[in-house]
Design a protein around this ligand. Structure first.
Ligand SMILES: Nc1nc2c(ncn2[C@@H]2O[C@H](COP(=O)(O)OP(=O)(O)OP(=O)(O)O)[C@@H](O)[C@H]2O)c(=O)[nH]1
Ligand SMILES: [Mg+2]
Length: 477
């Protein structure tokens, strides 16, 4: 459970964000993935959650109770009945407000994990006074009811989508409120400076004293530096959330597909002694030292008359253009060809590693002069050198050791956009002060910066912003 946040804006969040009775309605959804599994969970949230559960649930056994009569945080065994017919045998958890995920009354029904069972339990619930939840609506309610702020709500989605352990750690830090604490601190500082500036506006006769002005400038510069520090985590944030796109390229038969399989740790692509085996690009997610990496295996680069192969090469070129990292594979057991040289020069300005494959065979490859950095020798046959290659990939994209404390704050692209606006308004404020602009004007810029900072944690948010964030969630979360 994440730490609770300041809920001073709780009422205004509810009033401002939602018109009408949206929050009064009781919602339900299947919270587990659709498909066959051991168990599935149907979740309800809202004022009528217990009443709805009373109608559909028949407790069995001595200790089980009607949901509305049960104490909070208890679990009950029984059956879901629909028009007298048994739908499933379930465990039902009673969770009373306010100590729940949404801060509303909640019921969680754990049923058998068949598609039909879960769907029928949901349908039975929806025949009562509950409606189907929108994507992310449970989390949205947790936000609107003041249990978590916006950055923490986003972290819930990051947690669900995390593809590696490091991404998960970073998401948990944000859920814990590590980013929110910093943003709240920044915003509080800016509010204080703003109060200072405005105090001078109220007394227009008195000029702002030089030492007072100096102090304001110093604090604004500190705020700008703090914003910069947060902005510097954008690269890591993007990497952890989206994964690094790495294209594996090279001539036919040099071992690109073999390398893809080695880096993924399973036989994903077909490997054969025939040049031109891979004719299409293959995308697959993997993990390198805890970093999510999307590997793109490509078709061998060569001129061909074959229409399909030509299309494959075109796609390879496109992958090269879009990739953030290029793994250029060369066959270490063959002399360098003119084509190799051409491809090497084409990617020379890109972030790349040269993988000298087939080190188990007698070496016959001489690299062009000056090409020593970023060359890793491997054998995809024996696995020799693969670990060094993984280290090299990690080192290229993540400076230094990956320490857990570095993951305390890793901002998302939304946070980055917002912080850039904060930064711009802070600079405008500073410029205004330096140029001797009227304090009213200075205050306007400072207020923009303060409000923008509030957007990250949701202290200032619009319905559009909330929609765009919560629509990225799955139904049931
Ligand atoms: N001896 C040796 N053979 C290798 C090594 N890596 C790959 N091979 C062989 O080289 C041949 C081509 O390997 P692939 O991985 O299919 O090469 P590719 O670059 O994907 O080839 P295309 O898809 O045709 O472009 C296969 O016979 C592999 O077994 C290696 O490190 N040592
Ligand atoms: Mg291949």
């Amino acid at each position: 459970m994440p730490a609770e946040v300041d809920s001073s804006s709780f009422e205004s969040r509810r009033a401002g964000a939602q018109a009408g009775t949206w929050l009064e309605e009781t919602i339900a959804a299947i919270s587990t993935p659709l498909g066959e599994g051991g168990l599935a969970v149907i979740r309800l949230s809202g004022a009528k959650a217990l009443a709805v559960a009373d109608v559909v649930f028949k407790p069995r056994g001595r200790l089980s109770q009607q949901p509305s009569a049960a104490p909070t945080h208890t679990i009950h065994y029984g059956r879901i009945l629909r028009k007298g017919q048994i739908i499933d045998e379930v465990m039902l958890a009673v969770l009373r407000a306010p100590h729940t995920f949404t801060r509303e009354d909640m019921v969680e029904i754990t049923c058998h994990g068949g598609i039909v069972a879960a769907k029928m339990v949901l349908d039975t619930v929806l025949e009562q006074e509950a409606r189907l939840a929108e994507p992310g609506e449970f989390t949205k309610r947790a936000f609107l009811n003041g249990r978590i702020d916006l950055a923490q709500a986003e972290a819930v989605a990051d947690l669900i989508h995390a593809r590696t352990e490091l991404a998960l750690i970073a998401a948990n830090q944000q859920l814990e409120g590590k980013l929110s604490q910093r943003i709240n601190q920044l915003r509080d500082d800016l509010l204080e400076i703003l109060a200072h500036v405005e105090a001078h506006i109220d007394f227009p006769d008195e000029d702002i004293a030089p030492d007072s002005l100096e102090q304001i400038m110093t604090r604004l510069n500190e705020a700008a530096e703090f914003t910069d520090q947060l902005l510097r985590t954008a690269h890591e944030g993007r990497l952890l959330r989206r994964g690094l796109r790495a294209a594996i390229i090279g001539r036919p038969n040099v071992g690109k597909s073999s390398l893809l399989n080695q880096l993924l740790g399973h036989e994903r692509a077909i490997v054969s002694p025939l040049p031109g085996t891979t004719r299409d690009t293959i995308e697959e997610s993997g993990s390198i030292r805890g970093l999510p990496v999307v590997f793109i295996g490509t078709a061998g680069l060569r001129d061909s008359e074959d229409m399909i192969e030509r299309e494959g090469v075109r796609r390879s070129q496109q992958s090269i253009a879009e990739a953030e990292l290029i793994l250029h594979v060369l066959d270490g057991s063959e002399p360098l060809t003119a084509a190799d040289e051409k491809h090497l020069s084409e990617t020379s300005s890109r972030k790349r590693l040269i993988v000298r494959n087939k080190s188990d065979l007698p070496p016959r490859l001489t690299l062009p002069g000056g090409l020593n950095a970023g060359v890793i020798e491997v054998s995809c046959l024996t696995g020799q050198g693969i670990e060094s290659l993984k280290d090299a990939i990690k080192n290229l994209v993540w400076a230094g050791e990956i320490r857990t404390d570095m993951l305390e704050v890793t901002i998302s692209s939304r946070h980055q956009d917002v912080l850039k606006r904060v930064q711009a308004s802070l600079q405008a404020t500073l410029n205004g002060l330096r140029a001797g602009a009227t304090l009213e004007l200075v205050a306007i810029d400072l207020r923009i910066a303060t409000n923008a900072a509030g957007e990250i944690v949701g202290k200032t948010s619009t319905e559009d912003l909330l929609d765009s964030i919560f629509s990225q969630f799955c139904i049931g979360k």
